[in-house]
Design a protein. Structure first.
Length: 254
């Protein structure tokens, strides 16, 4: 049994929790409150910003065949930030300046700590599981969302064929890394896989109404402006992942 199949079998219930989360189903059905979706936008914007240094920290550890694709991922993430700003301008959401919610903060710290201290195969496992979770999640939304929904550009970004090919490539490379790993390393990779799925569930929970910090009524953080990635947020943005076709190949995972 492949490494990914083994993990999917072990954590099938967790994958179901992701795919059946109310945030996704309500977005698909057009019933999600605007402010709930706006909460997700603000927090995921912060998460995507943090994903850039996460990928950057992987480059010194990466085999040479991964250099160009990882550089392409950084470019794609910057385009995703522009997508967030374009959508925020369209729907009049104040995007920048929100402090991180508890789940977002914890997930970001997990990412950056993994990049800094974990082995490359463990960090790659986290990257695959996170990107796979988003692809699977937004495919659920795509199955029934109104094509005219203001959220459709997000759906297209993470459920489209370019992102699917990228996720498949991540999985193929993960299988190669797992095949070369010792039993102890594979166990660490499995634990990272599990933790990433749990953080993905926690992120949807946060977006769906659990955005506070445990035990407090306020996070006591002041909103502060951050970098503006899209100088013209009213302008349409190109597909974030279309340029990755030159680095990765593959069809959409089943």
């Amino acid at each position: 049994m492949s490494f990914i199949s083994e993990q999917d079998q072990r954590f099938a219930l967790l994958w179901s929790r992701i795919r059946e989360h109310p945030f996704l189903l309500e977005t698909r059905d057009g019933t999600i409150p605007r402010e709930t979706f706006a909460t997700w936008m603000r927090q995921d914007y912060l998460f995507v910003e943090a994903a850039i240094p996460f990928i950057g920290a992987l480059l010194p550890k990466a085999p040479t065949r991964h250099w160009a694709p990882l550089a392409g991922v950084i470019s794609a993430l910057e385009k995703e930030l522009r997508l967030f700003e374009e959508r925020a301008a369209r729907v009049d959401v104040q995007l920048r300046g929100a402090p991180p919610a508890f789940a977002c903060h914890a997930y970001v710290q997990f990412l950056l700590t993994t990049a800094a201290y974990a082995s490359y195969p463990v960090a790659w496992t986290v990257l695959y599981a996170a990107e796979r979770a988003y692809h699977d999640s937004w495919k659920v939304v795509r199955e029934g969302i109104d094509p005219d929904s203001p959220w459709m550009p997000f759906v297209e970004n993470w459920s489209g064929p370019e992102f699917a090919g990228y996720v498949q490539w991540l999985g193929e490379e993960l299988e190669g890394l797992a095949a070369e790993a010792s039993p102890a390393e594979r166990a660490r990779m499995s634990d990272a896989y599990r933790l990433t799925i749990l953080y993905e569930i926690a992120f949807w929970e946060m977006a769906h109404g659990a955005e506070g910090w445990p035990g407090t009524d306020s996070d006591l953080a002041e909103a502060a402006a951050g970098p503006q990635w899209n100088p013209d947020p009213d302008a349409a943005t190109e597909g974030a992942w279309s340029h990755m076709a030159g680095h990765t190949e593959g069809e959409e995972p089943g």
